[in-house]
Structure formats: structure tokens, C-alpha cells
Design a binder for this molecule. Sequence first.
Ligand SMILES: Cc1cc2nc3c(=O)[nH]c(=O)nc-3n(C[C@H](O)[C@H](O)[C@H](O)COP(=O)(O)O)c2cc1C
Length: 217
Amino acid sequence: MRKHPIINASGWDHLCRIEFTGETQMTQIRTVAVVVGSLRKDSASRKLAKAFAALAPANLKFDFVEIGDLPHFDQDLESDPPAQWTAFRDRVRPADAVLFVTPEYNRSVPGVLKNAIDVGSRPYGQSVWNGKPGAVISLSPGAIGGFGANHHLRQSLVFLNVAQFSQEAYIGNAFTLFDETGELVNDGTADFLRGYAAAFAEWIERIAPAAAAQKAA
Ligand SMILES: Cc1cc2nc3c(=O)[nH]c(=O)nc-3n(C[C@H](O)[C@H](O)[C@H](O)COP(=O)(O)O)c2cc1C
């Protein structure tokens, strides 16, 4: 496997396990359900997700799916699920792909995001995540970029049969990246996100035939 240098927001070179050629035809519109792991109004995660959407190839359309009003998952409610659960599942299910953008809480996934993962995973056998191509971007005001949250989330996504985009994205120093209007003002991060989005779009195309077959089955 050839080394594929990617510059992340901290300026480190790291390796991408899959080589992207840039040659895949990406003319078909693909919808990406975006799930943000922070509820606060001034969330850097949400700002980053919006910047990502703006920098992505034109064939990707982003649907920000809110998770703040989802009642806690409770198996006793499964026979008569809350309307918010059903609405959430119905929004994510038709998407061609999913993108998670999340901070780290206590070295793991924020509870609100884990709840959304659990809600989407049921009823048993009808998980909305199953077979979808998915990417994880984590961030932190600190230097580690939410690595712990990123990999705890990936652990759940392995179990949920998400076709995980292997390229890594840990965005450190997140509070320095945006101006007072919420615009991304760091050119290095913008370049990284642009490249990441292009590679994710290509990954979606690679997975699309298998995902379509799985949906039809
Ligand atoms: C309960 C809690 C736990 C946190 N734990 C971590 C942590 O483990 N690692 C870290 O880098 N930041 C941690 N932080 C700081 C968050 O990364 C920071 O609040 C971040 O901005 C949240 O993302 P947001 O701007 O999208 O809301 C924690 C914050 C809270 C509220």
C-alpha cells in the first residue's frame, strides 16, 4: 500500500490506508445525513460540519438531522416508539451516507450522540445505519482532537455494519478555527476538509453498489 500524505488541521502528515485516485465519476447526487454530537448553540462541531458541507463536492447534498429532542432510548418504548424516534429513523434511512461530527466528552462519545446511535439501531434488524458508508470527524479545543470519542464511535459503527471511511480526522485547537460569525478562517483546516470531503465522496461511490443491493434485499 502506498503512503498517501494527508495534512490534518494540526499540520501532521499521516497515512491514509486507501489510495484515492480522484478519477471516480461523481455525477450522481448523494445525500449525506449529518449528525452533530453537540447541542450547544455555539458548537464548534456544528460550525465544522457546515464548513465541511460548503467545501464538499457538488454532488453531495447534506441533511443535518437533529438529535437533541430524541427521548432516551428505552426498550420498553419499542412497541410504541416516540414520534421523535420514528422521525429520526425516517430521516436517516433514505440517506446514501452518514457523517458524524463530534466533540469528545470524558474521552468518549457525548451521551446525546450515543443515544441517537442506539435509537437508529432499532428495531432489531431494521437499523438505519446498516451498510451505509460513514465518516467520523472529531474535534476538541485541545490538541488531541477528540481521538477518544472518534474511536469509541467507530467501535459502535463496526458493530452496526457501517462501511467506515478509514481516513482519519481529528481536529485540534477547534476554538481558534472560526471567526465571530462562525466562518472557518483557517486555510489549513479548509484544505484538509476539502480533501477529506472529496475522498469521502469517492468512498461513497465505491460503496454505493453494495449499499443499493443491501437496501433492495
Ligand atoms: C462534559 C464534558 C466533557 C468533556 N470532556 C472532554 C474530553 O474528554 N476531551 C476533550 O478534548 N474535551 C472535552 N471537553 C471539552 C469539549 O471538547 C468542548 O466543550 C467542545 O467544544 C465541545 O464541542 P462543541 O463546541 O461542538 O460543543 C468536555 C466538555 C464537556 C462539557
